[in-house]
Design a binder for this molecule. Sequence first.
Ligand code: CP
Length: 308
Amino acid sequence: MIRLDHVIEAQQFTREGLLDLFREADQMKLLVKEQGCTETLHNKVMVVLFYQPSTRTRLSFETAMVRLGGRYVSTENALDFSSHAKGESLEDTINTVVNYGDVVVLRYHKEGGAARAAKVSPVPIINAGDGPGQHPTQALLDIYTIQNAFHRVDGIKVALVGDLKHGRTVHSLAYMLGKFNVAKIYMVSPENVRMPEALTEYLDRHGIACEACDELLPVAHDVDVVYTTRVQREYFEDLTEFQEAYGKYVLTDEVMDELPKESIILHPLPRNDEIPFKLDRDVRAHYFEQVENGLYVRMALLELLLLK
Ligand code: CP
């Protein structure tokens, strides 16, 4: 089993480590279905420190801890309700909360927050999103969902769609796909929010075929996974730039007709108008399965970090 001190970025994981973690997540799914909860982390406390809003990440980590018999303390709006509002540095906040808990789940509003926290923390830091940087535990559940759907990740073709510049979920997912022999990644985005160069260079070094394109429709027939995302309004300084990127990649009937029958649609959520609600009934819609899988993967990850 992979050993990790902190979870900061997707590149930390090895292919074998991911497959081990997914086997543990399968066990967590059985555990939840059959007995609901266990006591393996009964003596552990998790600190949840969120400087940005969240529904899925925060509540799934808290649920994961409770189902494993542990406890948590949480601040859901640390920008306003922690001593950040009084000018405290992230480092001082981390140096404080490590006295209370055995692991810290941190969502920070700026890229690099989790890495800064890890530098001063004697307990594991889990990056639950650092501004437009990364969201590695989202990528874990994304790849787990792909693995469950196709029983493999190698050989698949993926379209990453939307705001690829600011989307931390697509950054982590692309890095993690680079650990497998995926057949192709289409990077579908408006010109002004293309995937960062560091990431495309990384995929190139790992031998992954990538193609940047403006439109989803012409490539839809050739994908196994459509990973669509919200345009990240909060990171645009220029409203015109946001408007140029917004509303471009709705999964219309025309796109759905092109998507193969066996393909799957993923979305980290929350969605805006990328996926019409009527598609929730389409067998290709797997985004609420992603939500469910987030619980199992995060349970497996907490055990990995806290029972070593
Ligand atoms: N996918 C995701 O990070 O969702 P939340 O912002 O609701 O946590």
